[in-house]
Design a protein around this ligand. Sequence first.
Ligand code: SAM
Length: 245
Amino acid sequence: MDETLQMYWELYNELCPNELMIHKNHNPLRDFEDEFIEGPLLELGCGQSSFLVEYSKTGKEIFAIDNEEFQLQLLKKRIETYSGKEARKLHLLNITIPEKEIPNEIFSIVIMSDFLHFFTLENCSKIIDQIALRTQKGSLIYIKAHSKFHSYFKSQDPGMHEFYKHFFSETDFPKLFNEKYFERIMFSDTVQSVRSKFSREMEIKWHERVLDEYQVFDHEEREEELKTTKEETNVGYIQCIYRRR
Ligand SMILES: C[S@@+](CC[C@H](N)C(=O)[O-])C[C@H]1O[C@@H](n2cnc3c(N)ncnc32)[C@H](O)[C@@H]1O
């Protein structure tokens, strides 16, 4: 992970304690909690997942996958703080998807939040095919990913498109989730044009820290650098939940 991105996640850890993180994260899985089946929970690209922290109190076994050790360690600390002894049911796996296989378990819930947009649609399809083999009737799969309405989609910067390999639209999902095995139970296509005060202030603070790190102290230069961070642009994302037939 790029050093500046690591600074973002460290700042997030500093400014966003567990209760606030869970409160701020819209979790559509809550609507289906009464129908959760037995079995472990998996998150791919978990970072400091608010879902895993929230569900660590359910007593479910948790498989948390990320290819950044510092994120896994921050998640572990969060879960230990939030649910104490239940944290012993946590498996932290430093794995790069899709190169390494998903653990050979049958999961009741699979979460991919802000993760699939790092892959081509072809690789997303390979990931979902593995998930089909590791779920059973009643398992739920939650996805949140950047949509084509995200301002980054129109970026002229090739680096942006190397980082975010795919921006989703509704028509992508029937290609990923075979109707024979999956039923779509929730879908939303959201465009947020103004950030929350918390997000805006956090992003500005992050950018200021990056400027400090690179020793950019000239007032005018800093203001010029911070201009785009202070501007509001569209954040477009799709959320959906599929249920395994
Ligand atoms: C944008 S963060 C999302 C974190 C969390 N799911 C959330 O919604 O807050 C993406 C996470 O995926 C991890 N990641 C990116 N590519 C990965 C890969 N190929 N395999 C495993 N983890 C990956 C990153 O290290 C990062 O922690």
